[in-house]
Design a protein around this ligand. Structure first.
Ligand code: IPE
Ligand code: IPE
Ligand code: MG
Length: 243
């Protein structure tokens, strides 16, 4: 699709959802669904960055996902560790800086090492940033930021009167711009604790498609819909501006 006539968001965030249902409906295992979701994420993220979108966030494992069976949790952890080389090749080929957001608590050393290695090897790429939310929770992120702020105030490194929204943002896991377009696949219409601070003015898009089937064409439809939205940020409708 020709993007020159479309509004292109600066930061797109995706809640990857529906891998399990995609597989179950095909008589496959939930793990097959997660494998397929990983393959799709690779293809889709390359496409998204090729459309001049600079920031992409993806929600891959929430702090709440530890409630799933041991078997599913360890499959998801091993998926990340097992794909290390593939992820690195991909980031280098596409020149993507990849960062991870979330708590290290409850993650194995192997998972933590994998995340830190990907971050270290890709830190010098500047034009495309892929923020992977893994063991991530929006409440946890705000609490962790608050703790760092309190410490800096106590240590005399931050004047509490200087604390504003811009300064607060810098204490979050990553220093990223606000999300412009939030996509959640599979028809669910909720945030499930995803980037609560960063999504405050995002446009929401909830396609019914399960994530493994959310392809380039489906993404184009999201951008088409986003182009039609009138983002007012508390101002007035553009057609009323001359009144
Ligand atoms: C993938 O989709 C997202 C993850 C939390 C790993 P799900 O595993 O939530 O799929 P459904 O919602 O059960 O279909
Ligand atoms: C949200 O999906 C978390 C991720 C996509 C990583 P879930 O499938 O876990 O969310 P709920 O339980 O339906 O809210
Ligand atoms: Mg789900």
């Amino acid at each position: 699709m020709d993007y020159s006539k479309l509004k292109v968001p600066n930061h797109v965030a995706i809640i990857v959802d529906g891998n399990g249902r995609w597989a179950t409906e095909k008589g496959m295992s939930r793990s097959d669904g997660h494998n397929e979701g990983f393959l799709n994420l690779k293809k889709l993220s390359a496409y998204i960055f090729s459309r001049d979108i600079k920031y992409l966030s993806a929600y891959l494992f929430s702090t709440e996902n530890f409630k799933r069976s041991k078997q599913e949790v360890s499959f998801l952890m091993n998926l990340l560790v097992g794909k290390l080389e593939e992820i690195l090749d991909f980031c280098h080929k596409e020149k993507i800086k990849t960062v991870f957001s979330g708590r290290e608590e409850n993650l194995s050393d192997k998972v933590i090492k994998t995340m830190r290695k990907i971050e270290e090897e890709t830190k010098n790429y500047k034009n495309k940033v892929f923020n992977i939310c893994f063991n991530y929770g929006g409440h946890a992120e705000i609490i962790d930021a608050t703790k760092k702020i309190v410490k800096d105030v106590q240590d005399g490194n931050l004047d509490v009167d200087k604390l504003n929204e811009e300064v607060f943002s810098k204490y979050l896991y990553q220093d990223l711009p606000q999300v412009d377009l939030l996509i959640r696949t599979s028809g669910e219409q909720r945030l499930s604790n995803f980037m609560l601070w960063q999504n405050s003015y995002a446009e929401f898009y909830f396609p019914k498609t399960y994530f493994p089937d959310f392809n380039e064409n489906e993404f184009d439809k999201a951008i088409l819909e986003y182009t039609k939205r009138d983002r007012r940020f508390g101002g007035i409708h553009y057609e009323d501006k001359n009144n």
